[in-house]
Design a protein around this ligand. Structure first.
Ligand SMILES: [Zn+2]
Length: 325
């Protein structure tokens, strides 16, 4: 009898937790704002340690400046602006998003949120081109109003990266979850950019030590280094799915992190006492390729066509907030 009681108790507890979770975690986005009102974001500046309260598009100018080369085509910059804005909207507390910190919607770290550059940073970065580039990016951002990208009526997780190496990646192969609009697509013209290929050379000693220190159970022997490294499988995009390192196996993504290489699409060669890791592409490969966006813009595509290409089945909504107010 007692056992039965415990089971019933456990089931009730579990169900209440499920119900509570639904109450406390915001699961849908309600874009509720007065028509044509301005949207403000609270941005935590990692450099100064202060929270900046900024109009959304003023913030996006700093993001596009930090995330895409200013000499890219206008339509590519516009696509970047809309992707960055959509990414931000998912984090803005007042719009029903999940903020980066309790006291700030977003931060200026590209690892946590999106890169952001201040005027001071940009004067240093662009020098004599500052005025031209600043105007160009500001025009790109403000020309797209408050446009955002929706899928099924919700702002998408607008992931992007530098260079896909020729094919973008399914979200589920890099992050968790099968997301219908983050599917692998072919991306042409990637090889024309410096971001396309790179080499990283490490000494055999460093290679073995990095693996033995970080990969549990690998037990790699430097004398047998050539036989003990084997790429087991790759995704259709060419990115490594699994790699065998002596007695252990890790994902291509983990290997990328371990050696801080540009992408998970890599080959490994052994030269004398060195290990050469050659990569194709730059970044995680999910969502919009920035060099790919630039190539599309050069061939005459507008920003909506670029975004609809890299994010499958989405809808670009003009001034989303005004129309939903
Ligand atoms: Zn953040």
């Amino acid at each position: 009898m007692k056992k039965k009681f415990i089971i019933v108790y456990a089931v009730v507890l579990f169900l209440s937790l499920v119900i509570l979770r639904g109450t406390f975690f915001k699961q849908s986005y309600e874009l509720v704002l007065e028509p044509d009102s301005l949207i403000y974001v609270r941005v935590f500046n990692e450099k100064t340690g202060k929270v900046m309260n900024m109009e959304l598009n003023d913030y996006i100018v700093g993001v596009v400046s930090g995330e895409m080369p200013a000499n890219y085509e206008m339509e590519a910059l516009k696509a970047q602006a809309v992707a960055a804005r959509t990414y931000a909207v998912r984090k803005i507390d007042s719009l029903g998003g999940n903020p980066c910190k309790p006291f700030a919607d977003l931060c200026t770290s590209s690892r946590s949120c999106q890169a952001w550059k201040s005027d001071e940073d940009l004067i240093k970065l662009w020098g004599d081109n500052y005025e031209t580039y600043y105007k160009k990016i500001r025009n790109a951002v403000f020309a797209t109003g408050y446009d955002i990208i929706l899928y099924d009526g919700e702002p998408i997780e607008a992931l992007y990266h530098s260079n896909s190496g020729g094919m973008t990646e399914d979200n589920e192969n890099v992050f968790s979850g099968d997301i219908p609009y983050l599917k692998s697509v072919i991306s042409v013209g990637e090889e024309k950019y410096n971001d396309y290929s790179a080499e990283k050379v490490v000494s055999a000693d460093e290679f073995v030590k990095t693996i033995n220190d970080n990969v549990q159970g690998a037990g790699m022997d430097k004398e047998k280094i050539r036989e003990s490294v084997k790429i087991v499988s790759r995704y259709d995009s060419g990115r490594v799915e699994l790699i065998k390192l002596a007695n252990a196996e890790i994902s291509g993504k983990q290997f990328r992190k371990l050696f801080d290489i540009r992408s998970a699409n890599f080959t490994i060669e052994f030269r004398n006492d060195e290990v050469v890791i050659s990569t194709i592409g730059f970044g995680h490969g999910v969502g919009m390729s920035q060099t790919g966006a630039n190539t599309m813009a050069k061939s005459g595509c507008d920003y909506k066509q670029i975004l609809e290409y890299y994010y499958s089945g989405v809808e670009i909504v003009d001034n989303a907030f005004a129309s939903n107010g």
